[in-house]
Ligand binder design. Sequence first.
Ligand code: DAH
Length: 352
Amino acid sequence: MDNKKIEEIKKLIESEKENIKDQNSLNDYRVKFLGKKGLVTELSSMMKDVKPEDRKEAGKTLNELKQEVNTIIEEKKEQIEKELWDKKLQSEKIDISLPATKIKKGAPNILEKLIEDIEEYFMSLGYDVVDGPEVEEDRYNFELLNIPKGHPARDAQDTFYIEDEEILLRSQTSPVQIRTMLKGKGKEPIRMICPGKTYRRDDDDATHSHQFMQIEGLLVDKNISLSDLKGTFDGIAKHLFGHDCKTRFRPSYYQFTEPSVETDISCFVCHGDGCSLCKDTGWLTVSGAGMVHPNVLRNCGYDPKEWSGFAFGFGAERLAMLKYGIDDIRTFYQTDLREAEIFDRKESEIDD
Ligand code: DAH
């Protein structure tokens, strides 16, 4: 074998090594020396021409060359892979000093919360929480509540009728009073609270909504008087608006109660001095109420000489608007997360 050629190849093996920068150039290098027509491979094919006595030495040299090329390839391969890894790690590096993205926290609907609170309060007094249909019959929504067809009191509750004049979307939760009394016969005392949706053909604005929530309450037993209603109302008002809250009744008129009252709480903003919330009266009206009308008792099979009861109906949104200082009823029905946050904040302020 030609020693000069071997020396030249050796030099090339060393110098070409510097050109290996990536997988492609590594492959070129391998082909250049060990490929089919590679320089080292060509040398191997010359072995047959080497004299037998020199063959051992020539074989050794050839192996050394191959070994050298392979070692360089291995080293470079490792180096290239390491570089690739480093690059990848660098690009995927997580900067733990960056502030985390804030995950939006959901907040329970403020109406739901208020209703749950009222339910729990009344449950602790032995009341049942009951449900009634939103698609209601005229007789429950009006007739058995002492509001016959053609009665002017119906006009105030502009009703959505579904079928003729008989099936409607309930315009109040008061029909649940009737359903509860009819079902409760023999299981007195009747103590129920019914939160639920109600519907009226109102144009939506800041204080009106065609769909809103009422919370109906009813108690029927023997010897129930207006002072029981007053005590009950006083209790829930203090529970909701604090122990300083005072209450009063004003005469009113509902077909299904006699006497009927409007229930007021003392204004928690000005404490009676007068402000814009209470329109300088010092009082805020929060519900209608009264003693169950004898006709209604009779309609449900109760003898008014033996039985008496009281009933009340809160507007849930009105209560929530007062409690949380919300000035537009539509706020409750918008799916704007910012509102939920405002409610949440207001509530923690109230809790603090
Ligand atoms: N149902 C009445 C309304 O929607 C509110 C109401 C008033 C309910 C007096 C009552 C009550 O139970 O006793 O205007």
